[in-house]
Design a protein around this ligand. Structure first.
Ligand code: G1P
Length: 276
């Protein structure tokens, strides 16, 4: 079996929606309770059995790298105190996972960011988490659900989808497809489009920030021209593979919070606070 080992985090954006705080703090380091947003993504990848985290960053994001490294001074200063366990979760991540980083030198879109990671990924299928989409589950995490599906369809890419109100659809990639026989949540994708005017949208099935990609995607991305907003779009590259019957969309179980918006950060915080 073509096992998934690596999870890619495209985190090179500037988070301008969160200015001024993102002037010096990457948006992925903004806290939900006491953990940064990126940690929820890494924990989701670990819950799906992945321990190799590949980050596409920019040169202003050193704090993400630092965060996942041990901090000897703080550790020794809290070691005999009541708060000594507060670093346990992040230290567990640092011990268990390997982190690799590559810089995206130009801001040419999500497809370009994913292509930039090719040297970190190599010739294998891999997962992608956009940490802005924070997913919370009671059972298996969204990525674990997707890997289970991928294991049944190892030649296909998988995208996670959810139904969104038509008025929100312009923020997302959208898919059209046929339900796979005997399923209620899994579609064979026929077509997909990036950020359509809702009046042109074939469905309200929006792509959210979880993907399993086969290495074919790199060859396709190499030849993908800029699309919506002049950026190289992963949606356009996946459309090429969808035409070959190689993309599945999966309506995941769980709740997603859009932590690319202040409202989503507040909602995720409030949900986790009331359940802590
Ligand atoms: C990206 C993708 C889009 C997807 C979205 C999910 O858009 O291009 O297809 O629906 O993530 O969060 P972005 O949010 O980076 O504009």
């Amino acid at each position: 079996m073509n096992r998934i080992n690596k999870c890619l985090f495209p985190v090179a954006g500037f988070g301008t929606r969160f200015l001024p705080v993102t002037k010096s703090t990457p948006k992925e380091m903004l806290p939900i309770l006491t953990k940064p947003i990126i940690q929820y993504g890494v924990e989701e990848a670990m819950s799906a059995g992945l321990t190799n985290m590949a980050m596409v960053t920019n040169k202003y994001k050193q704090s993400i790298k630092k965060y996942f490294e041990p901090h000897a001074y703080i550790e020794s200063s809290i070691k005999d105190t009541a708060i000594k366990s507060l670093l346990d979760e992040v230290n567990y991540i640092s011990r268990r996972c390997d982190f690799t980083y590559i810089e995206q030198k130009e801001r040419l879109g999500l497809g370009h960011a994913i292509y930039t990671a090719k040297p970190l990924i190599g010739n294998e299928s891999f997962a992608v988490i956009l940490p802005d989409d924070l997913c919370i589950n009671n059972g298996n995490s969204v990525l674990a659900q997707m890997i289970e599906l991928y294991n049944q369809h190892p030649d296909s890419c998988i995208v996670a989808i959810e139904e969104v109100p038509m008025s929100e659809l312009h923020k997302y990639g959208v898919i059209d497809g046929e339900l796979i026989e005997n399923s209620i949540d899994t579609y064979r994708v026929n077509s997909m489009f990036e950020k359509l005017d809702p009046k042109d949208a074939p469905t309200n099935l929006a792509i959210i920030g979880r993907y399993i990609l086969t290495p074919d995607i790199f060859n396709v991305l190499e030849n993908t021209s800029p699309g919506k907003n002049g950026e190289i779009q992963i949606t356009d590259a996946l459309m090429i593979l969808a035409k070959q019957g190689k993309v599945i969309a999966y309506k995941f179980q769980g709740t997603r919070y859009d932590c690319g918006s202040v409202k989503g950060v507040i909602e995720a915080t409030s949900h986790l606070y009331s359940n802590s």
